[in-house]
Ligand binder design. Sequence first.
Ligand code: HEC
Ligand code: HEC
Length: 164
Amino acid sequence: MKAATALLALSLAAVASAMASGGGQRDDDERGRAAALDPTYVEECGACHVAYPPELLSRDSWTAVVGQLGRHFGVDASLDTALAAEINAYLQAQAGVYATDDSEGQPLLRITETDWFRHAHRPGEDGLYRGVFDSEAVRSPSNCGACHLGAARGRYGEDEIRIP
Ligand code: HEC
Ligand code: HEC
């Protein structure tokens, strides 16, 4: 865990210095082009899966996700109150400014259930084939890093996609 954290910290530092030197390659994509992810967020929310880009869910959705970490998609991801509040403050500040609700107006907990995600990842789009998310190498649409090679660093640009 310590080694993984150190590696992440190193790559975040590399991204930050590339941006500072003006040599940073910004994504042209409409979404997924936020600055380097907050280290505390990456440490606490990037252990079981990549730290998802905060701008891909609304404030209401993040509040719902952080509000039920004890029952988090079948696992217990609970944090102490202060840490949860710190992470939620970061997510609220970086959240998308569009609604990510279901058809009943309830906030979605999953990026992968948003209309945007389904549209951008529909079969036929850039090599995505029917059943790709169930394939052995991908297993779940939530497994962003299976295709987005820079997902752990919050990078989703076209130049860093490889469908396994
Ligand atoms: C103990 C492991 C664990 C930790 C820690 C954890 N998660 Fe998760 N998370 C999961 C699992 C398991 C899923 C479901 C993945 C799947 O369906 O393939 C998930 C899914 C998600 C999803 C939905 C992804 C999608 O499908 O769009 C979000 C959002 C999310 N987590 C946010 C967080 C946040 C925020 C934190 C930190 C506060 C966090 N997670 C920490 C295990 C964890
Ligand atoms: C099976 C491979 C695969 C997985 C898994 C996957 N993606 Fe993608 N993603 C793609 C491909 C291919 C594209 C390019 C689609 C296109 O041409 O717009 C894409 C496009 C994107 C874009 C840019 C869309 C735009 O606005 O043009 C973002 C951001 C993105 N994905 C985020 C995610 C996130 C976040 C996850 C995980 C929750 C994820 N992706 C999971 C393959 C994948």
